[in-house]
Design a protein around this ligand. Structure first.
Ligand SMILES: Cc1cc2nc3c(=O)[nH]c(=O)nc-3n(C[C@H](O)[C@H](O)[C@H](O)COP(=O)(O)O)c2cc1C
Length: 202
């Protein structure tokens, strides 16, 4: 009788402990922020997200020189025609992550060439993906859908899309927003991101 009681008790303790462990694992999977940034806006936002979400972060570098007027022109042209580019790293190991935040500036209405190349060269099966963009003007819904489709075609489940504006209208003129304004906007989406990335919320 005593033996049975000890066995039942031990079983209950083990079940309890494994339940607690599972609950912790379920809270929020590991998150990786993958970003490209030419002039620093997207990078600033991603560094805020990294801190707030305690995520890992990875910069995708475009190996083509995009500085100056010529750099802008070739970027706008390449983006407009949907070209890809040379990036580093091409195939980062994302196997440890359940959540991927893909962050990019908007170029000619699309994700930047580096990020489109990154999406094209990788798979996101069984991963939740959130798109985070910085842009001068509000993105139209149909363009957002096209960006989401790129990730879906590579197996990812797009659970959110957030855009941060880099310009605002003052006296009918478009002016750059401050870094502080963009940081404040990014901080304001953190709780929504946390909810979307929490496994039970699905
Ligand atoms: C080549 C190029 C094309 C761009 N095209 C657009 C566009 O179509 N719509 C828009 O709102 N902003 C456009 N922008 C502005 C960027 O999306 C915006 O400044 C963004 O915040 C830059 O991010 P970054 O500093 O991380 O590079 C473009 C910028 C560049 C360099």
């Amino acid at each position: 009788m005593k033996k049975i009681a000890i066995t039942v008790f031990t079983f209950m303790i083990i079940t309890c402990l494994s339940g607690m462990l599972n609950a912790q694992e379920k809270d929020m999977g590991k998150t990786l922020i993958v970003y490209y940034s030419l002039t620093g806006n997207t990078k600033t936002g991603c560094e805020v997200l990294q801190k707030e979400l305690q995520a890992d972060i990875l910069e995708i570098r475009d190996l083509v020189n995009r500085s100056g007027g010529w750099g802008f022109a070739r970027s706008a042209f390449g983006s407009l025609f949907g070209f890809h580019t040379k990036i580093e790293p091409e195939h980062p190991d994302m196997s440890a992550y359940q959540n991927i935040i893909i962050a990019s500036p908007i170029w000619t209405g699309k994700l930047s060439m580096a990020i489109r190349t990154f999406i094209d060269k990788n798979r996101f099966d069984n991963k939740k993906v959130i798109l985070y963009t910085t842009t001068n003007a509000e993105e139209k819904e149909k363009y957002k859908e096209k960006n989401k489709d790129l990730v879906r075609e590579k197996g990812g489940e797009v659970v959110g899309y957030f855009q941060i504006l880099a310009k605002k209208e003052v006296d009918e003129e478009k002016v750059l927003r401050t870094k502080e304004e963009m940081v404040a906007d990014t901080l304001s989406i953190v709780s929504s991101l946390e909810k979307l990335l929490t496994i039970e919320s699905n």
